[in-house]
Design a protein around this ligand. Structure first.
Ligand code: FE
Ligand code: FE
Length: 165
């Protein structure tokens, strides 16, 4: 059996996040449609466009390591997104809907931040400077999205959730 090295681990994790990003890309329009606040709606729409860019950056990284862009089922993101869908159903038409959508979206962002942080460091260790730059660019956008969601939650959404229906 071939020894599994950091190179293998990097490639496997890249497939994991590639699967995740493409799934998130399909989930974001649903979340945007579900959101009640215009601010949250537009945050989801903006992040959908960014996510398209994340998918493209990952394709570039696959290219840089000479591998085809292919995903591998990631049960973690499947579970996180399932919870998001539950939030949409369970809190439909309730004042806490947006708060629950923000919570679901932040779980996605934190998952992505964990993955990109790891991948970026591994890329540096492997001497993949160009790949590290691409991964870091996405990492920054995920972090900014997470902060923007916190701002929206604190600005309006959480207070709205306090009101009785
Ligand atoms: Fe992303
Ligand atoms: Fe994201």
């Amino acid at each position: 059996m071939k020894a599994k090295t950091l190179e293998t681990l990097f490639h496997e994790t890249l497939k994991d996040i590639y699967y995740a990003e493409r799934k998130v890309l399909r989930a974001l329009p649903k979340m945007a449609r579900g959101a009640q606040s215009a601010e949250l709606k537009s945050a989801f729409e903006q992040h959908k466009d960014e996510t398209q860019g994340h998918v493209e950056r990952l394709q570039q990284v696959f290219d840089l390591i000479g591998k085809p862009a292919r995903g591998k089922t990631c049960p973690a993101i499947d579970g996180i997104l399932e919870e998001g869908e539950e939030a949409l159903e369970d809190f439909a038409d309730s004042p806490a809907l947006d708060a629950s959508l923000v919570a679901a979206a932040q779980a996605v962002e934190h998952y992505e931040i964990a993955r990109y942080g790891t991948l970026c460091r591994w890329a540096k260790t492997l001497g993949l400077t160009e790949a590290a730059k691409l991964l870091d660019a996405t990492l920054q956008e995920e972090g900014a999205t997470d902060k923007a969601l916190t701002k929206i939650a604190e600005g309006s959404v959480n207070k709205a959730a306090l009101m009785a229906a």
